[in-house]
Each structure stands twice: as C-alpha cells, then as structure tokens.
Design a protein around this ligand. Structure first.
Ligand SMILES: Nc1nc2c(c(=O)[nH]1)N[C@H]1C(S)=C(S)[C@@H](COP(=O)(O)OP(=O)(O)OC[C@H]3O[C@@H](n4cnc5c(=O)[nH]c(N)nc54)[C@H](O)[C@@H]3O)O[C@H]1N2
Ligand SMILES: Nc1nc2c(c(=O)[nH]1)N[C@H]1C(S)=C(S)[C@@H](COP(=O)(O)OP(=O)(O)OC[C@H]3O[C@@H](n4cnc5c(=O)[nH]c(N)nc54)[C@H](O)[C@@H]3O)O[C@H]1N2
Ligand code: SF4
Ligand SMILES: [Mo]
Length: 749
C-alpha cells in the first residue's frame, strides 16, 4: 500500500511543493503539488531540475554511510564506520585541539542557501569559535548591510500592477532564477512598462528588455551617480518624500554635481544619452522598482558605494516602502536565526576571538553591535552570524601560519570550496595542512576527498525544509520530509546536535529532530508545525509606509537609522571607515605588472574578466553528475563577443587558457552578444565521473576559474571585505591541446 506525502524540492531557492508517493519508506513517484506555494505549471514546465529528485535520492554515487579516511589525506582510501564511531572520534579530536590551541582553532565553511545553517552556527558558537567562513561578504551581505544602514532595514523589490518601470541591474533571472520572478519579468517585457537591463552581456533578460545598457564591468557606482545627477538636474525628484524622510539631500546634490552624463559615459563606456534615458524612465514613472544582483555584489572596493548609490536612487524618487517599488521587510515573527544560532547570547566571547576586527570594521562583532543598536529600536534582529562571517583571507592565513592563532580544524557544510571559494591553490594548500577536516555532503566532491570524515547528509524529500532568508523578512517556506533519510544519512541538524551532545552542549539542543526544531522556531507565531507543513509557508501580509506608523509616543516611527530618516548622507559609515556619500573605488587587479609583461612576451593578451554568470542547468559545482545535463551542456566555456574573438584570433569552439598570478584554467570559446574586450568564464566545473582521489581530484584543476581568483583583503571592499569574482583582469591565449575528456588527450602533452 502506498501513501502520499507532502514534501519539497530543494534544487533551487523556491522549494516548490511536491507530493511523494511512498512505499515502504521509499519514494516511488513525485508529482507537483498544486495546493501549495509557489505552484505554477509554467515554472515546472520550464524547470529541468525537479525530475532528478527521484534519481538523486538513490543515486549510486551518493554517500550513504559515515566514511573515515585511511592512508594519506586525499588518497581516496576510506573505511565505513558507524555514526557513534565517527562522532565519538571527531568530538574527541576536537576536544584535544581545543585544549591545545583554544576553541577558535575550529573553522567552518558554508555555501549558498542549500540548507539551514543555524545548527552549524549554534554548534560553532557553543564550541566557542567565531570562525565561520561563508559567502557572506560576496553574495548577500553587501546589499543587506547598505540597505540596513541607509533605511534601517532591508528592502525587497515589490513588483505589482502599480510598477511603472523596472531596472534589472547586474542580475540575470532568466538563468539564475528561471522561475516565478523570471516569468513576471517576461510579462513586463511584453507590456508597456519600461524594462531596463544593466549588464555587460546581452542576457536573455536583456533581450526581453526595452533598453539594454552594457557598462564596463565594475563601473556601476559611477553609473548610479550619473543617474542621480540627471534625476536632480532634471528635477525628477520626489521633493515631498525627500523633505519629510531623507537626511543629507543637499549634500547629495553637491556630491553628484560633477558626475554629469558625459563624465560617466566616459568611465562606463556607454552613451551619455542612454544614461539620461534610464534616469528619465525611472524618475518619471509614478512608481519604479529596481532589482540588483551578483554582478554588482562582487566587484571589490566599489561594492558598498554602488549599493549605497542605488539606495539613494530609490530614496530621492520616493520609491521606498510603497506598492510597486519595494517594501521594507519586517523582522520575523518566528525565532530569528541569530537567536537560534546563539550569536547574541555569546557575543562577548565571539567578539574577543574574531579575526575580522580591525580588518573589516563593519563585518565583525563590533560593527554588528553598532548596527544592531539602531535596528533594535524597531524590534528588528539582524542575522548576526552572516554579518560577522570570518574573512577567508584571515582564516586561511591562520591555517597557513598559525597567526594570530592556529586554526587546525575545519567543518565544511554544503559547499565545495575547492571549486567555489576564491584562490583554489591557496584553499587546497591550507586544507592539506590541517589536522582535522569534516565534510557534510551528499557526494564525494573534490573537497570531501581531502577530508578525514565525510558525513552523509540527508537531502530534500528526506528532511523537512524551512527557508527563512536569515530572518530579515517575515516569511519562511518549505515543508515536511516525505520519508526518513535513506540508508544511514542524517539531517545536518541532527549531525551537529549529536556532535554537540558529545562536547558538553546537551542543554542547548533540546529538540531531538529538525522537525521539532522547526516547530519550536514557529512557536512565537500562531502557526503550528502541522499548519506550516500543510500550507508550505509562513507568511503575514505586509504593510507599506511603515515609517509613518505612530509609535507609543504618537509620533511616526521613521527609519531605524542614526537620524531616524533615510540616510542619503550616512552618519554611520564614517564610524567604520566609510564615506558619507558613495565614492567609487578601485577594481581588483589579479595580474601583477611583472606577470603581464612576462606573459605578453610569450604571446598572451591581457583582457577584462567576469566569472560565473549563472547558467541553467548547473548550480555552482552541483548537478554535474546528471548525464542529461552533461550531454546538453558538455563544455566549460568562456564567452566573448565576435569582435573580441576576432581581435584575439579565436573562433567558436577553440580552446583557450586563462591565467593570473594565482593560476590557470582552460575553456572553450563561445561567441555571444556582449561588450567587447571583456570575457565571461564559467564557474564550478569538475568531472564527478573521474576519481576524486589525488592527483585528479575529480578533474577540478582543469577548468576551475577559481584557480585564478583571490580573496586577499588588500584589494577588497574595506568595510565588509568583499572580494571579487567580477570586474577582474586575466591573460588569455589560444590553446589547442585537447582537454582531458576529449579524443587525442595525452597526459604528457
Ligand atoms: N543556474 C544557476 N542559478 C543560480 C546559481 C547557479 O550557480 N546556477 N547560483 C545562485 C546564487 S548563489 C546566486 S548568488 C544567484 C545570483 O543570481 P544573479 O544575481 O542573477 O547572478 P548572475 O546570473 O550571475 O547574473 C549576474 C549578471 O551580472 C553581470 N555582470 C557581471 N559583472 C557586472 C558588472 O560589473 N556590472 C553589471 N551591471 N553587471 C555585471 C553578468 O554578466 C550576469 O549576467 O543565482 C542563484 N541561481
Ligand atoms: N568564480 C566565481 N566563484 C563564485 C561565484 C562566481 O560567480 N564566480 N559565486 C559565488 C557565490 S554567489 C556563491 S553563493 C557560491 C556558491 O557556491 P556553493 O553554494 O558553495 O556551491 P557548491 O560549491 O556547489 O557547494 C554546494 C555543495 O553542497 C552540497 N549540498 C547541497 N545541499 C546540501 C545540504 O542540504 N546539506 C549538505 N551538507 N550539503 C549539501 C552539494 O552536494 C555541493 O557539494 O560560489 C561563489 N563562488
Ligand atoms: S528546482 Fe527550483 S523551480 Fe524547479 S521544482 Fe525545484 S524548487 Fe521548484
Ligand atoms: Mo550566491
């Protein structure tokens, strides 16, 4: 007899609802659930990933049992051990390292939102280490930080019937979202509402737009200052809103005066007339929305000022917390991740050991405390562990040198840092020198291959899901597991709990299962675990213009900033080494002058580089196991315009090698429509069909663009520490040698 169980897909951030047909604890069929958020048959028809859920659940390459290393690190020799054996030994070794070096000797690495990370954070906090590395500085935090410091909280775009203009800035939802939001943009593209895309590449999103602006990578801050200039110059400003709610308008006027369209056109290499057009479309719409993404998140020094300038664009046009523009999200009714992870409770101890302090004055505990002092006025709790995440440059340095203290152990959860963290050679060497590495994953990845223990994580369908965006909005979605984990897999939550129990954390892990933990998370709300499972979402309709709401004293509550207003000129940022108004910074230079000289003499050419622009069907280093995907997208490519290819003497399909001071990687040329004189290289490429043992490491040395990148602090954003995956430089050269998977390849060549 089979049963039908509600559950969720987690192959992207939407967590679509499904109904699983279950027989004797095994899923035998999976069908979309039309009763639950965010069901839409068009999305499912366009999604290539969800049908692989069944295959992935029982894929022959999944890790099903705890594995312990035998032989040399990376030698590929493993023994299957019981959970008790694995966890007892890991706990004992961690305790010994803690006795010898102090609790900060343990570091962790996480990736994108593939799972709930607060259980790891709770474990790390209770162990006593602040050294969580993650994608914080590059993927999410820059925008969160600048929104919070300008508006007092984060803003989310709100596209409704009222929206009269949309700017899509450095994001390509056609490939990165490919779901509800992308469908909505397609509709807007076809409607009267102007859609503007700012991207060096003519993406499918750009193709759907009315106007495509292709600036030189990394010049977006200047572009935003130019737009502000035109808005002010042509009086497309919402003066009523600015007078009532913005601080520092006159300063902003003076600041952007020199940034004329002509000056900006020169810097960004776009027509001055286009800058005027964008400003006029945005400024003359009664309501306009702006959505930005990774293209401006990962551009070194300029990342914070670019986001600040974008905040100013929203503010002076009155497009704040108003239907059709954006909403200031509300803090969550359910328990926030910062509290679940214990960040605030253990603040002092974490702060004392935090490596970031004095290097990245915003992205550290002291920066968090200053910001939190503002937001707490309106009862909003920041996602502390993300906003304090340790800088990889500093943690890797501590691993390499033992300074300022030795970092000897590492937990890797839901990331494959040899592919996705910057500077693969450096990450590799640092990992090789550690005393203990524990990896939680579904698969044997190149990173897992270097571990002492690989622990089998349960995936979606076999675990409940609760996606809460760090708790910066009052929404969470997901649902229950359909089955108990297959084989001996366990949920990430359970793994950290069981480890915690062995290290004196028993009292802080009262809920035995992740399901119970989610039920507890929801306990301050009116919704039970059962209601949540049934509807797949926790959501309370939000209001607009919350700054006008009266507080207890009967005056409008305003914005949770130093001045209570939107800070066009920031009173906060100078305290952490920033400027009152946005000033563009330098971009990251990956090639030293000596390197360029040497390579040029050998026939290489210097060129601008962006990396990792999203493409279906892969996601970071994931889904390369899927044979259908591999057949359809078989090669790691570097994209360039026809003119660029001609200048470099290249044709579509040619092999090329890219290089920087850090290292090299090889790709095939694809000719696309994009700006001239910049190339875009794929990221995440490896070959799971290869052996993961050394030296092959799943083929990850061949076409891994992060062999070229760097996380060094010296050219990063100085307050947050953002390093760059875009607006880079590299050397390029044609390379006809076959790649390892091509006919004619020989190891000697
Ligand atoms: N298929 C797929 N989807 C994904 C992911 C994936 O790996 N694969 N990853 C997920 C993750 S972790 C994230 S963070 C999101 C990211 O989602 P998005 O923010 O949409 O990221 P991309 O699709 O890379 O789009 C970034 C765009 O910025 C452009 N760009 C590069 N440099 C610049 C610049 O200097 N200025 C401007 N204006 N534009 C620039 C690139 O050409 C690219 O089109 O995607 C998520 N979705
Ligand atoms: N050059 C370059 N580098 C980049 C980027 C770029 O654009 N260019 N983008 C950056 C960005 S924005 C991001 S967010 C990162 C993304 O990079 P990551 O999010 O770190 O992605 P992956 O490295 O593919 O790691 C995901 C791993 O987690 C495992 N996994 C998935 N779900 C779970 C789970 O529930 N539990 C456990 N334990 N494991 C799970 C998968 O099997 C896989 O091995 O990459 C960054 N790196
Ligand atoms: S991959 Fe994303 S869009 Fe596709 S079904 Fe899964 S959650 Fe939904
Ligand atoms: Mo990301």
């Amino acid at each position: 007899m089979s049963e039908f169980k509600k559950t969720n897909c987690h192959f992207c951030g939407y967590l679509c609802g499904f109904v699983a047909e279950v027989e004797e604890g095994r899923v035998i069929d999976l069908q979309p659930d039309p009763t639950r958020y965010p069901y839409d048959p068009r999305i499912l028809a366009g999604c290539r990933r969800w049908p692989m859920n069944l295959e992935v659940l029982d894929h022959e390459d999944r890790i099903n049992y705890p594995l312990r290393r035998l032989g040399e690190r990376g030698s590929g020799q493993w023994e299957r051990v019981s959970w008790d054996e694995a966890l007892d030994d890991i706990a004992a070794r961690l305790e010994e390292l803690r006795q010898t070096y102090g609790s900060q000797t343990l570091a962790s690495m996480i990736g994108g939102p593939h799972t709930s990370f607060w259980p790891l954070h709770r474990f790390m906090t209770l162990f006593g280490s602040p050294n969580n590395m993650g994608i914080g500085q590059i993927c999410w935090n820059p925008r969160i930080w600048m929104d919070v410091l300008t508006f007092g909280w984060t803003v989310e775009a709100d596209i409704t019937e009222d929206t009269g203009c949309v700017i899509i800035w450095g994001t390509n939802p056609a490939e990165s979202d490919n779901s509800m939001f992308w469908r909505r943009l397609l509709e807007i593209g076809r409607s009267e509402v102007p859609l503007i895309v700012i991207d060096p590449r003519r993406t499918r999103t750009a193709a759907a737009a009315d106007l495509w602006i292709a600036p030189k990578p990394g010049t977006d801050c200047a572009l935003a200052l130019g737009l502000l200039h035109v808005l002010i110059d042509e009086d497309l400003v919402d003066h009523e809103f600015v007078d009532a709610w913005c601080h520092g308008y006159e300063e902003l006027v003076a600041h952007v005066a020199p940034w004329t369209p002509e000056v900006v056109a020169e810097i960004c290499d776009v027509p001055a007339e286009d800058i005027r057009r964008v400003a006029r479309l945005f400024g003359s719409a009664a309501t306009a929305a702006l959505i930005s993404g990774r293209g401006i998140d990962q551009v070194g020094e300029s990342v914070a000022p670019t986001h600040r300038a974008i905040c100013c664009l929203r503010a002076i046009t009155g497009n704040v917390d108003k239907p059709g523009s954006c909403v200031l999200a509300e803090g969550s009714d359910f328990i926030a991740e910062g509290d679940l992870g214990g960040t605030y409770e253990h603040f002092e101890a974490l702060n004392e050991r935090c490596l970031n302090t004095s290097y990245t004055p915003l992205q550290c505990y002291e920066g968090l405390a200053k910001a939190e002092a503002l937001t707490e006025r309106l009862g909003r709790k920041l996602p502390g562990r993300y906003l304090t995440s340790a800088h990889p440059d500093l943690v890797l340095h501590a691993m390499e040198t033992g300074e300022p203290y030795p970092v000897r152990a590492l937990i890797v959860e839901a990331t494959n840092p040899l592919l996705t963290y910057a500077d693969t050679h450096r990450v590799y060497k640092a990992l090789k020198g550690l005393d203990l590495i524990v990896v939680l994953d579904y698969w044997m990845t190149p990173t897992a291959a270097l571990a002492d223990y690989v622990l089998p994580a349960a995936g979606a369908i076999e675990r409940p899901t609760f996606q809460a965006h760090g708790g910066v909005a009052n929404i969470a979605y997901g649902g229950p597991a359909a089955v108990a984990p297959y084989y001996e897999r366990k949920t990430d939550y359970e793994i950290f709990r069981l480890l915690g129990l062995r290290l004196g954390q028993a009292e802080q892990w009262p809920q035995e299962t992740f399901e119970e933990a989610i039920a507890y998370t929801l306990s301050p709300t009116a919704q039970t675990w059962e209601d949540y499972s049934d509807s797949g979402i926790y959501f309370r309709p939000y209001g607009y213009a919350k700054h006008e709401q009266l507080n207890e004293e009967g005056i409008p509550q305003g914005f949770a900033t130093t001045t209570g207003k939107i800070e066009l000129a920031s009173e906060f940022l100078p305290q952490v080494g920033g400027t009152r108004l946005p000033v563009p910074g330098k971009r990251r230079q990956l090639c030293s002058p000596e390197f360029i000289k040497e390579k040029t003499a050998e026939g290489w050419t210097s060129i601008d580089l962006i990396t990792g622009a999203r493409k279906q069907p892969y996601n970071a280093s994931m889904y390369f196991q899927n044979q259908a995907f591999r057949q359809k997208s078989p090669e790691p490519v570097v994209e360039m315009s026809e003119a660029t290819a001609a200048r470099l003497g290249l044709e579509a399909g040619d092999g090329v090698v890219l290089a920087t001071d850090q290292g090299e990687a090889r790709f095939k040329v694809a000719i696309v429509v994009m700006r001239d004189d910049v190339i875009n290289a794929d990221y995440g490429w490896w070959h799971p069909e290869w052996s993961c043992e050394e030296p092959a490491l799943g083929g990850m040395w061949e076409s891994n663009i992060n062999c070229l990148t760097s996380c060094s602090l010296d050219q990063g954003e100085p307050m947050i520490g953002t390093w760059s995956y875009n607006a880079l430089d590299c050397m390029i050269k044609k390379d006809d040698r076959p790649l390892s998977w091509e006919p004619g390849f020989s190891r000697e060549a």
